[in-house]
Design a protein. Structure first.
Length: 66
């Protein structure tokens, strides 16, 4: 499974991720975030598209930690 998270240093809260994949992303403190329990959703084609379309390029797929 590929991990997904939103880098809070890059996110400016456009909400594009939540609009595209509300089952995986949410808004927390005005910024995009991955819903609890959905961190392994990085292989989902919709999540990959959300990462590509993120205006701040804040969605990270793969290794690393939030």
């Amino acid at each position: 499974m590929t991990k997904v998270f939103v880098d809070p240093e890059l996110c400016y809260g456009s909400g594009e991720c939540v609009y595209r994949v509300p089952s995986v992303f949410t808004v927390a403190d005005g910024f995009g975030a991955v819903k609890e329990g959905r961190e392994d959703s990085g292989n989902d084609p919709q999540v990959r598209e959300a990462a590509e379309k993120c205006p701040s390029q804040a969605i990270v797929l793969g290794g690393g930690t939030p």
